[in-house]
Design a protein around this ligand. Structure first.
Ligand SMILES: O=C(O)CCC(=O)C(=O)O
Ligand SMILES: [Fe+2]
Length: 273
């Protein structure tokens, strides 16, 4: 987190090469600071770097690469263990999801978010409502709250236990589990006085893997397969490059898809997550 803070405070010319990056470039630095998008002020600086199969990292600050390598390795190990437990919770063999998604070559990304204090600007938000495109995300924050999750139609403040990770289920988990696990809708609010930082490690399937409900789960579900198969890479490109409302990316693969009104699909933020 310190290395990340240092990166955000580097002069703009040191970060410039990563600031013009496109959604699928392996290192991206961005700011939503003070930018008005559809009337909402996004209040966030971020760093994103692909961490697996290959780690891509800005050259500065000098200690970032070492820290990121260790962080990526350890959090990946933990998420693979969680995936095995999830697999068993679905009545499958522990290795079944890892095998179906080729997790040996899983895609992993590290994200650092910095939300400066918003002061009296009550209209500012950190990150609008979305679900994460991957399988699982581990979120760690500095002691300032702001993450909210939607549960039974209500926004609840997620208060991670200090020193622990908060686990977020992503879109690929919803697909592969045939909807038994739901991708969590979440958003980040900003604090009036304190800067908030969050650091995320996300794993997804191998980019070439075609993700679909595990056949055993689809067979035992009365309504059959809830999603059609899609290559994870294509899913991610779709989610990252479109103006989508909340978790509407899942709708492109949903079999019994709800009909979106034109207004619904246009009333959206370009969410860069
Ligand atoms: O900062 C947070 O609490 C949430 C960040 C987040 O959801 C994301 O980067 O995808
Ligand atoms: Fe997220």
């Amino acid at each position: 987190m310190d290395a990340c803070k240092e990166l955000f405070s580097l002069p703009a010319e040191e970060k410039a090469e990563y600031m013009d990056a496109a959604p699928m470039d392996p290192v991206r630095v961005g700011t939503g600071f003070n930018s008005a998008v559809d009337g909402a002020k996004l209040w966030r600086d971020y760093l994103k770097m692909f961490a697996h199969p290959d780690l891509h990292c800005p050259a500065k600050p000098a200690n970032l690469r070492g820290t990121a390598t260790e962080y990526a390795t350890r959090t990946r190990g933990l998420m693979l263990e969680l995936t095995a437990a999830i697999s068993e919770s679905l009545g499958l063999d522990g290795g079944r999801i890892a095998e179906a998604l080729n997790l040996e070559r899983c895609f992993q990304i590290l994200v650092g978010n910095h939300y400066p204090p918003a002061g009296p600007d009550v209209g500012a938000i950190g990150l609008p409502t979305h679900s994460d495109h991957g399988l699982l995300t581990l979120l760690f924050q500095n002691g300032v709250d702001g993450l909210q999750v939607k549960h039974s139609g209500e926004w609840l403040l997620a208060k991670p236990v200090p020193g622990s990770f908060f686990v977020i289920a992503g879109d690929q988990l919803e697909i592969v589990s045939n909807g038994r696990y739901k991708a969590v809708l979440h958003r980040a609010l900003v604090d009036g006085e304190q800067a908030r930082m969050s650091f995320l490690s996300l794993i997804g399937p191998c980019l070439d893997a075609v993700v679909e409900p595990i056949p055993e789960l689809a067979r035992e579900a009365p309504e059959g397969a809830q999603f059609r198969g899609i290559k994870y890479m294509e899913y991610m490109e779709h989610q990252q490059s479109n103006r989508l409302k909340e978790n509407a990316a899942l709708d492109i693969v949903r079999v019994h898809r709800e009909i979106l009104t034109r207004e619904d699909s246009l009333n959206s933020y370009p969410v860069d997550v």
